[in-house]
Ligand binder design. Structure first.
Ligand code: NAD
Length: 371
């Protein structure tokens, strides 16, 4: 294994890394706080059977940095952080494990706020909540906002609208052909929203029951999951797994716009360059799928569904700003998104340092007295 500090240095300038260990509870976790220039670091807790500790550390360093960019580009007063728990989510979960983890989060006094992620659930976050208030995305029964997927899908809808405006110069989705890959929590809501706006949808999922449902409800055209990426359409909306724009697929993609909810859609950055060369507009994934993060941000302020919906609609303007930077500076949109995030980190982050405490009004309602 490479030396820990070498790894940390290689993966970005993180503010703080916390190793959490509790032998009795079986807890081995790492919290990475990448940047708190804009506000407290927020990011979910991933539980995964990592091959070794190095893999876990690299993952948390990479994911926490991603959260800094996501929050900054979304216009939120949040920093970037993430946590990983090393273990098998099928076998190694217990109340004690999540409560031990909650105590570590509490010890950071609000510098890091967690939520659910791959391998963790609303129920697990309920145990964390027993030890700390610095957890969000908890169940409505505990005063939380519950499943963020409809809000994520609403953000994606507004992102598609911005992309269609930019590329096709129209404000309407009427007759716009959208191919949706994946009809899970995000894809199925998105399908409904698009049909409401008059779009025509083509859908695929590896689960046949889900495609049948879309066919019945919305008269969607169903194609196989091998074909969905290559449909002739206006918008390709990936809403399943990552890395679907790769060396194999990119040559056969037949759309004007790629805009969907999935994370990490580009296998590598150069695929973003290639999309630009092909004249295909790419809505950067971490910008268009920020609705879920916006939803938990509103939960921190004191939840209101109306405000959460309004927030997710700001994705429209965020993307138009990114497309403008991309056009004016002749850079691919994924680079323009990073540039927008870095500019906000620089300008607003600097202001907060100048007058510490003045810019954090948003969090005045966040309870910081802990039991
Ligand atoms: P989900 O697990 O509910 O849905 C994924 C769907 O994709 C499933 O129905 C699955 O059968 C299908 N699928 C898997 N492989 C496929 C393939 N090869 N072809 C077609 N369909 C396939 O997940 P979700 O919550 O809807 O999230 C979808 C994507 O959006 C993920 O990449 C997730 O990380 C991202 N995302 C989700 C949220 C959220 O609020 N749920 C927020 C931000 C990002």
């Amino acid at each position: 294994m490479a030396l820990t500090f070498e790894l940390i240095e290689k993966h970005g300038e993180h503010e703080q890394i916390v190793f959490c260990h509790d032998k009795t509870a079986g807890l081995k976790a790492i919290i990475a706080i990448h940047n708190t220039a804009l506000g407290p670091a927020l990011g979910g807790t991933r539980m995964w059977n990592y091959k070794n500790e190095e893999e876990a550390l690299i993952d948390v360093l990479r994911l926490s940095k991603g959260m800094t960019y996501k929050a900054a580009a979304a216009g939120l007063n949040l920093g970037g952080g993430k946590a990983v728990i090393i273990g098998d989510p099928e076998k190694d979960k217990s109340e004690a494990l999540f409560r031990a983890f909650g105590q570590y989060i509490n010890s950071l006094n609000g510098r890091y706020i967690t939520a659910e992620d791959v391998g963790t659930s609303v129920k697990d976050m309920g145990y964390v909540f027993a030890e700390t208030h610095f957890v969000t995305g908890i169940s409505p029964a505990l005063g939380g906002s519950g499943d963020p997927s409809p809000l994520t899908a609403n953000g994606v809808l507004h992102g598609i609208k911005a992309s269609v405006k930019e590329k096709m110069k129209t404000d309407s989705l009427k007759g716009v052909r959208v191919a949706i890959q994946g009809l899970g929590k995000v894809g199925s809501y998105l399908a409904g929203f698009l049909v409401e706006q008059g779009a025509e949808i083509i859908v695929a999922d590896i689960n046949e029951a889900k495609t049948k449902d879309m066919e019945k409800r919305y008269k969607a055209k169903v194609v196989s999951s091998d074909e969905i990426l290559f449909q002739e359409c206006d918008v390709l909306a990936p809403c399943a797994m990552g890395a679907i724009i790769n060396d194999e697929t990119i040559k056969k993609i037949n759309c004007k716009i790629v805009a969907g909810g999935a994370n990490n859609q580009l296998a590598e950055n150069h695929h973003g360059d290639q999309l630009k060369e092909m004249g295909i507009l790419y809505a950067p994934d971490y910008v268009i799928n920020a609705g879920g993060l916006m939803n938990v941000f509103v939960e921190l302020e004191g939840y209101s569904k109306e405000r959460a919906i309004e927030r997710t609609e700001t994705i429209y303007d965020n993307l138009l700003d990114i497309f403008k930077i991309s056009r004016e500076e002749n850079i691919p949109t994924y680079q323009a998104a990073n540039a927008l995030a870095e500019r906000r980190l620089d300008s607003i982050g600097r202001l907060r340092q100048k007058h510490p405490g003045q810019m954090t009004r948003t969090f005045s309602t966040l309870k910081i007295d802990n039991r």
